[in-house]
Design a protein around this ligand. Structure first.
Ligand SMILES: Nc1nc2c(ncn2[C@@H]2O[C@H](COP(=O)(O)OP(=O)(O)OP(=O)(O)O)[C@@H](O)[C@H]2O)c(=O)[nH]1
Ligand SMILES: [Mg+2]
Length: 197
């Protein structure tokens, strides 16, 4: 699958990992990509370091969360308060690619809502996400599974990269940082194959 380059493309990073991925995509992008990048999170560390042209802060008072831990109910409330603003992102868009790591709160909860808003605006909606490796614990895996359920209901196309499969393909002695770098490489490749020639 390759997106027609004449279509207006938006690439959205959601949560910490999603935004680290789009920062790398922006660093590697050139004029021929024609993509507009958007960063969505509530976390100061993520939004302050974003390279995206447009930033949507999920905090209702537009201050930043200085700690990344936020309750799911707070994120859900912010998403419903900002739903119209999220929908407005898509007025000039033909295709959206939403990028996130699932297993935490923001990426997992916000990605299906953003995808729903895009679909309602008539946008072809694709998502590329990761599920957490087993060492992050079964709770995070369950959070990711619940999020995927909602995502599959709304997206036209969903690519799910299972971090555990990548870990099992590698030498058991791979370090944590090396592992996440590898996961990021696979994640970025999965996104770029959708739109880079
Ligand atoms: N490839 C890659 N994946 C990561 C990295 N950091 C975290 N992840 C994965 O992404 C998942 C979600 O983490 P974050 O994106 O930090 O979480 P979040 O969506 O910001 O949600 P919060 O918990 O509210 O901060 C984790 O469970 C990991 O599996 C990273 O640096 N690279
Ligand atoms: Mg975060």
């Amino acid at each position: 699958m390759k997106i027609n380059p004449t279509l207006k493309l938006m690439i959205i990073g959601v949560g910490g990992a999603g935004n680290r991925m789009i920062n790398q995509l922006i660093t590697n992008s050139d004029d021929s990509d024609q993509a507009t990048f958007i960063a969505i999170d509530h976390d100061y560390g993520t939004l302050a370091t974003s390279k995206a042209k447009h930033i949507l802060n999920l905090n209702s008072d537009n201050t930043f969360a200085l700690v990344s831990f936020t309750k799911p109910s707070t994120i859900q409330k912010a998403l419903s308060e900002k739903y119209a603003e999220i929908s407005q992102l898509f007025t000039e868009t033909d295709v959206a690619i939403i990028v996130a790591g699932f297993g935490g709160n923001v990426g997992t909860i916000a990605t299906p809502v953003i995808a729903k808003a895009a679909k309602e605006m008539g946008v072809m909606t694709l998502s590329v996400i990761t599920t957490p490796p087993h060492f992050e614990g079964s709770k995070r895996l369950q959070v990711a599974r619940d999020g995927i359920h909602g995502l599959l209901e709304v997206c036209d196309f969903t690519s799910i990269i299972k971090a555990q499969d990548i870990l099992e393909d590698e030498n058991q002695k791979i370090g944590m940082q090396e592992f996440f770098n590898l996961l990021s490489t696979v994640h970025i490749q999965a996104v770029t194959t959708l739109y880079k020639s």
